[in-house]
Design a protein around this ligand. Structure first.
Ligand code: ATR
Length: 273
């Protein structure tokens, strides 16, 4: 049977096996999908061993995405732009192809929530790996403006400079931000520590869409905060998780699974509904 897995550390709580097993069942693909948690300095060896032993493809998550970028034979254009690889496929001619489906997953999830990206003013919080992966797919949707704000302003400036050939992207400090924005995407890891990015509450209004790439069984700190300040449309990163997986599954199997039912089952599994 064709073998796939996700590499991460820690990875025990990954939902990827659950998601891909449902995709396989739905599309009647015969495959198995597991977990691998190599020591941080043993990822390269573990990756090689997996493919030497007949693995067909894998996902890569924290903290290995940047390293995976350097280990594959060939990169897709979107992985090259993202500077990170979350999906690897062994092609029929034996080439390890590195791809990145995170940004496509974000955009697909935003669209499935009915968020309009064309001509919109987007505020992207954070300038780490998650922000980098999102930039090209967001700019491809032709927003009127995309502003990056980050605690360490120089990192936001560097990202804006790197992507300004793709669209109207600029960097501003949190203090400089002036609304109204149509959509705020939180790509920071602040919610992981229950912290908030230092965003002025005045930027939140009833018609704004709020997206937090993080997710949990209950609202993230950022979503709770945004709701308290009047945001009516809030979304967490669970949909993005399922959409990036669907995109990876399509890369591997050449068949696109449906995501709605799988997202519902995942929510039930997490106790969200
Ligand atoms: P990832 O790959 O998930 O993007 P990362 O590359 O470590 O992770 O980036 C984390 C991002 O969250 C950074 O933009 C970080 O800001 P700094 O560049 O200033 O470190 C941001 N971040 C983390 N904790 C934060 C907090 N409490 N407030 C605001 N931003 C925070």
């Amino acid at each position: 049977m064709d073998r796939y897995l996700v590499f991460g550390h820690p990875v025990r709580h990954s939902k990827s096996p659950f998601i891909h097993t449902l995709f396989a069942r739905q599309t009647q693909q015969e495959l198995e999908y597991g977990l691998a948690e190599p020591a941080v300095d043993e990822f390269a060896q573990a990756l090689r061993t997996f493919f030497d032993q007949g693995g067909k493809g894998c996902n890569v998550t924290v903290p290995f995405k940047e390293q995976a970028f350097t280990l594959v034979d060939r990169l897709s254009p979107r992985a090259k732009r993202a500077g990170a690889v979350n999906t690897i496929k062994l092609t029929d001619d034996g080439v390890l192809l590195g791809d990145n489906t995170d940004g496509a997953g974000l955009v697909a999830d935003l669209k499935s929530h009915g968020v309009t990206l064309a001509d919109s003013r987007i505020l992207l919080l954070g300038a780490g790996g998650a922000a980098r992966g999102a930039l090209a797919p967001l700019l491809a949707e032709l927003p009127s403006e995309l502003v990056i704000a980050n605690r360490t302003h120089t990192k936001a400036q560097q990202l804006a400079a790197e992507f300004c050939d793709l669209g109207p992207v600029t960097a501003q400090t949190y203090e400089q931000l002036a609304g109204p924005f149509d959509l705020v995407i939180n790509s920071t890891s602040a919610s992981l520590q229950g912290e908030l990015p230092p965003l002025a509450p005045a930027l939140i209004h009833t018609d704004i869409a709020i997206y937090d790439m993080m997710y949990g069984a209950s609202d993230t700190a950022f979503i709770t905060w945004a709701k308290q300040h009047g945001a009516r449309q809030t979304m967490d990163g669970l949909g993005m998780l399922v959409e990036q997986a669907a995109e990876a599954f399509t890369v591997w199997r050449g068949i696109r699974p449906g995501t709605k039912q799988v997202l519902r089952e995942l929510k039930r599994n997490l106790g969200v509904i």
